[in-house]
Ligand binder design. Structure first.
Ligand code: GEK
Length: 243
């Protein structure tokens, strides 16, 4: 796929509106996420490896907040268990339409259902793998526990939740360090100071990060037995929680 360069925040904007996953974002999304999330490629391929270990025959694997389906495609190519399918959900119509096009040029035979829906209303059942790759951070804080509890209920024993998030740190020393080095990472990938600051303002009310201990407490409260962090680079982490 040819990656169109993200220049959405390159010019000064009179008013910065809240970030939305609309057509403009869809057009540049692969470039945007690659240049913004440290280790995105590693996360995507490794989630496939984790899914291959935890997928159970005749069960569903969910990619919640799938965007263009990068996690779906990775799971599709790693899962070998028979009778598995993948349910990929996003509430951005533009993302789902483009994701469905990309899926058509993929060769794996694992069935995929892409749905345009709010993940807060999607039925989760007979699941062996559920992935929230940088999606929970966009769900209102008050609704996060209910979603995690529904995922727990929908998972089979031995099933896994893979939860990747941008995180906050309780003390300003650590918080500032991770924000600063993340901005260095973005600068090294060609984003200007203006782009970094305008994007940060656009995300301020939309992407609400929590601390690692808040995430772990919620996962424990929902009933997960085994919880661990398998990836971290700066303020980007990915956790596993097994039922
Ligand atoms: C990837 N997982 O490439 N219901 C459904 N989708 C939602 C909701 C919701 N309530 N809220 C946000 N989204 C992907 C990257 S991006 C992360 C995920 C990022 C969707 C939203 O439309 C967007 O596509 C996705 O969650 C978040 O591995 O851009 O930082």
């Amino acid at each position: 796929m040819v990656k169109k360069q993200d220049a959405i925040y390159a010019a000064p904007l009179e008013e910065i509106i809240d970030f939305r996953f609309d057509e403009r974002v869809v057009d540049v999304f692969p470039d945007m996420i690659q240049r913004s999330v440290p280790g995105y490629g590693t996360l995507i391929s490794t989630i496939g490896v984790l899914a291959a270990r935890y997928a159970q025959a005749d069960s569903h694997c969910y990619d919640l907040g799938c965007s263009l389906g990068a996690v779906t495609l990775s799971m599709r190519h790693h899962i070998k268990q028979t009778g598995c399918d993948i349910i990929a959900v996003d509430n951005s119509k533009a993302m789902i339409e483009r994701g469905e096009q990309l899926l058509q040029s993929d060769t794996s035979s694992v069935p995929v259902m892409m749905q345009c829906a709010d993940i807060q209303n999607v039925d989760i059942n007979n699941a062996s793998v559920v992935v929230l790759n940088f999606t929970l951070q966009f769900i209102p804080l008050a609704d996060r526990l209910a979603l995690i509890e529904r995922i727990y209920k929908g998972l089979l024993p031995g099933g896994i939740l893979i939860l990747s998030e941008k995180i906050a740190f309780a003390d300003s020393l650590h918080n500032d360090f991770h924000i600063d080095v993340h901005h260095d990472f973005k600068r090294a990938n060609g984003y200007s100071d203006l782009e970094i600051s305008q994007k940060r303002s656009a995300l301020e009310n939309v992407l609400i990060p929590e601390t690692l201990s808040e995430h772990k407490k919620r996962l424990q409260g929902a009933g997960f037995d085994f919880i661990d962090t398998w990836y971290q680079c700066f303020n980007f982490v990915s956790m596993v929680a097994v039922k």
